[in-house]
Write a protein that binds this ligand. Structure first.
Ligand code: AOF
Ligand code: ZN
Length: 369
């Protein structure tokens, strides 16, 4: 497999950039499938292009082949993910490319799906097609961070969103927290929700804020699955979360009666093994991956948020900081065990810092991953 980017020409980079732009159009729609874009080039001209829009619908390559305004024979195909070799909801793209008689396939990354994982490349090479990989791989992989996480670790990519004052406080001592950050920051957070396959919260937040956890104020073609950890299964019957679409409740209490009542309302209740009387969070993430959840957004209080960080289940933090101070008596972001040595601090790597209206948005990844 060629992976040295030096072998690619400037026009290879330009065409793959176009394919990545096309892939991005599927940002809010493709899950559980990855976001994939494809550009077909012949005699230095783009003769076809496409992207994957929705699971169950044609893959990027098929859309690109279908859009071609010239014969594809001997063309070069730029695709952001290895063409598939399996029969899933749709037939294999590698076969379609072979049948079309393309000469060269340049891809950004291999498909981490074990059903494909190199088989697409092998199939194309066996048919005499020149195949190269690794062009703008980092960008392609970042675009599918959740899909890659689910395929390689069998757990979703987990983002923890926190809104706080500049001194890192999320609520007053008396619990008042609405609103610390600006409307612009809250709108941005709705975009984060729209990106996600699931929004996760805890029973404490349900009781305190009675949130809906839906995507609003931004265009959305689907609503993420709403997930509540309710170890004792005592979600209030009038909670807003129980009014709309189905939600998923993870519990540690085998109370068939309460479970039945919730299921009658159309909710899904799942019993999980416990740790210290609480839902085992690692098992929960495995379960979410079983349900084909690629990206999770956590919107929870400091107890659940702290527990997830402590168990190294958070991959990324997105913190909105408002230009105000709430003082030391206000509530903190994360309930974590006391540290006695600075060398034990939870280390992060900043990935993005910007202003959103009057607030600051900081994104950071945990470097222990
Ligand atoms: C491609 N091009 O545009 C995408 C691919 O159920 P299916 O048939 O939609 O297959 C889903 C799998 O196909 C998905 O898990 C991933 O491995 C691959 N996605 N492959 O050649 C595409 N979206
Ligand atoms: Zn495919």
């Amino acid at each position: 497999m060629l992976s040295d980017s030096q072998i690619f020409s400037a026009s290879d980079y330009a065409y793959m950039s176009q394919a990545l732009k096309l892939a991005e159009r599927g940002l809010y729609t493709t899950s559980p499938n990855p976001r994939v874009g494809c550009v077909i080039v012949k005699n230095n001209r783009v003769i076809g292009s496409g992207w994957h829009e929705r699971a169950g619908q044609p893959h990027a390559e098929i859309n690109a082949l279908g859009s071609a305004d010239d014969t594809v024979r001997n063309a070069t195909v730029y695709v952001t993910l290895e063409p598939c070799s399996h029969y899933g909801r749709t037939p294999p793209c590698a076969e379609a490319l072979i049948k079309a008689g393309v000469a060269r396939v340049v891809m950004a990354m291999l498909d981490p799906n074990p059903l494909v994982a190199g088989n697409g490349v092998a199939r194309l090479r066996d048919a005499g097609i020149m195949v190269q990989s690794g062009l703008l791989e980092e960008q392609a992989s970042a675009l599918n961070i959740g899909f890659v996480s689910r395929m390689t670790r069998h757990r979703p990519w987990v983002r923890l969103k926190i809104a706080a004052s500049l001194d890192g406080k999320t609520a007053l001592e008396n619990g008042a927290s609405q609103w610390i950050t600006s409307e612009s920051a809250r709108l941005d957070a709705h975009r984060l929700r729209a990106l996600s396959c699931a929004i996760l919260t805890g029973i404490g937040t349900v009781k305190k804020d009675d949130p809906q956890l839906t995507v609003r104020h931004v265009e959305a073609t689907r609503q993420p699955l709403r997930v509540v950890i309710d170890s004792r299964l005592d979600i209030p019957a009038n909670a807003k979360l129980l009014q709309g679409n189905k939600i998923l409740i993870f519990t540690a209490v085998p109370d068939e009666n309460r479970k039945k009542k919730l299921e009658e309302k159309g909710m899904k209740v799942i019993m999980l093994p416990t740790r210290d009387g609480k839902v085992d969070l690692t098992q929960m993430m495995v379960k979410l991956a079983d349900f084909e959840i690629n990206e999770v957004l956590v919107e929870a209080g400091s107890t659940l948020a702290g527990a997830l960080v402590q168990e190294e289940l958070v991959d990324e933090l997105v913190i909105y900081l408002a230009p105000c101070l709430l003082g030391d008596k206000a509530q903190g972001m994360l309930n974590l065990p006391v540290l006695t040595r600075l060398s034990d601090k939870h280390k992060l790597e900043l990935t993005d810092v910007r202003m959103i209206g009057p607030d600051i948005r900081v994104a950071a990844k945990f470097s222990n991953l």
